[in-house]
Design a protein around this ligand. Structure first.
Ligand SMILES: C[S@@+](CC[C@H](N)C(=O)[O-])C[C@H]1O[C@@H](n2cnc3c(N)ncnc32)[C@H](O)[C@@H]1O
Ligand code: SF4
Ligand code: SF4
Length: 445
């Protein structure tokens, strides 16, 4: 059903996108414009005929055609409304990739979580000094950087944390801080909150007992209190929940209850609950593919019960304004606590490309751009030939194209098309087709 109607000049002749793919999905017909991640949804063959005529003829000529053929006008109005409301001709696209940098400030941690993929605990001997981090932030900002994520280990183990955040903010950067939330004194919150745009606090259980099984005893309340303090100061707060696989299915209702409680409690401010969908290999966890698939399914169910229609809402947010997903974020700079450079934040699984202490920052940016180009979706099979490539994005490069991990330079003779193609099935594609049909009108501009 089309609600929105636009006024259109009947002399108009559309300049339709070149790369169009047609798919019959149930009783609908999807016309996908591959290059700008746009589409329209047609209800029947008459609308399809009208669409293809509009590709070649002016609206006036198509009106004559529908008059001669006794076609109801509403079929034409439906097609025109979509073409206009979705700006189907507009080939300007925005790219999902932002100029972000992730800094692991320390490997030191006050906790020893069972799942920790960083195996965090003890400080590295050669961690970056305050001044070295200032230089890094200054260089990043001067090179057009916009967003920094500070993580670890545990960031509050560094006494210079609030100074680093203050410096970063003064350089015009947006600061996101990932923390276990246990060690934030009132003084530290007071000193830091103005410089934090988003704080993500990890709480992996739904009560003290379940949380202590992963994160140690006595931390559940402390982390919740820290979240509350920041929330009350107007900082955007996320609570990240990464349960263990064992017992998850039996306890999913408790996670749902916990999630709903938090969402309700913080409904009048900037709050987001982030359930993790994947458990990486960590201190005491190492799931096989089947277990991770099962983990994904259960977490998906939990999220959908906590946030009604969350998948559709996220889909709409991700594709607003002709946003194309051509990468997963691979290529953005990640700096380890000792200054080693990576282009993905799963640093434990990757080789470093050098150290910030020895590399000119311009060189780091150049490598980052090369990494982004190399990991562009158009370089990988089967995604490069898929009509959904900019809608799906191809997923995590490290998980789906593990050969990328072996690359230790970005010479132009590397051809990711020679890598083993990623697995993709009709179920994944069908999920996107359904999302496109169900959310179509939410993209009307
Ligand atoms: C490594 S921690 C560092 C920041 C901080 N210490 C904390 O715990 O939030 C960053 C995030 O990674 C999550 N994490 C740890 N181990 C993980 C694993 N094996 N798989 C997926 N996420 C994991 C944590 O739960 C946390 O939300
Ligand atoms: S997940 Fe965070 S809090 Fe837990 S051990 Fe790792 S770094 Fe520390
Ligand atoms: S993962 Fe599948 S749906 Fe996504 S872009 Fe690749 S081939 Fe297309």
């Amino acid at each position: 059903m089309i609600h929105k109607q636009e006024e259109v000049d009947i002399e108009k002749r559309y300049c339709m996108p070149r790369n169009l793919v047609e798919k019959e999905i149930g009783n609908k017909i999807l016309i996908i414009s591959v290059d700008n991640a746009n589409w329209i949804v047609l209800d029947n063959d008459i609308q399809k005929k009208i669409f293809y005529r509009l590709k070649e003829e002016s609206i006036k000529e198509v009106i004559e055609y529908i008059n001669v053929n006794n076609i109801e006008e509403k079929e034409l109005i439906n097609v025109l409304t979509q073409l206009e409301a979705k700006k189907f001709e507009d080939m300007n696209v925005s790219c999902s990739q932002k100029q972000g940098m992730c800094i692991y400030l320390t490997n030191e941690c006050n906790l020893r979580c069972k799942h920790c993929y960083m195996f965090a605990g003890v400080k590295n001997e050669d961690e970056l000094t305050t001044n070295e981090i200032y230089k890094l932030l200054g260089d990043f900002s001067n090179s057009g950087g916009k967003v920094v994520t500070f993580t670890g280990g545990e960031v509050t183990q560094r006494n210079d944390l609030y100074k680093i955040l203050e410096f970063s903010k003064a350089k015009g950067l947006l600061n996101t801080v990932l923390t276990n939330g246990v060690k934030w004194s009132k003084d530290l919150i007071e000193l830091s909150y103005k410089f934090i745009d988003e704080i993500q606090i990890s709480i992996d259980g739904y009560d003290e007992k379940s949380n202590s099984n992963i994160r140690g005893r006595g931390n559940f309340e402390k982390s919740l209190n820290t979240a509350e303090e920041f929330f009350n100061k107007g900082v955007r707060v996320s609570i990240a929940v990464t349960p263990l696989y064992e017992g998850l299915n039996q306890n999913k209702d408790k996670y749902i209850q916990f999630g709903k409680h938090l969402i309700k409690k913080y409904s009048d401010g900037q709050f987001h609950l982030k359930f993790n969908y994947k458990l990486l290999r960590g201190r005491e966890v190492d799931l096989n593919k089947e277990e991770n698939d099962e983990y994904f399914k259960i977490m998906h169910e939990i999220v959908n019960k906590c946030y009604i229609n969350s998948e559709k809402k996220d889909f709409v947010i991700n594709h607003r304004d002709n946003t194309i997903l051509n990468n997963c974020g691979y290529g953005e700079i990640t700096v380890a606590a000792n200054g080693d450079i990576y282009f993905c934040n799963r640093i434990y699984e990757l080789k470093s490309y050098g150290n910030i202490r020895n590399l000119d920052f311009d060189k780091v940016m150049e490598l980052s751009k090369k990494a982004q180009l190399l990991s562009n979706i158009n370089n990988f099979k089967p995604c490069c030939d898929c009509e959904l490539k900019y809608i799906c994005g191809g997923g995590c490069r490290i998980s789906n194209f593990p050969e990328l991990i072996q690359i230790n330079n970005f010479k132009c003779n590397i051809d990711p098309k020679s890598f083993k193609p990623r697995k993709c099935d009709q179920e994944l594609k069908q999920k996107y087709y359904n999302l496109m049909i169900d959310t179509n009108e939410q993209f009307f501009k």
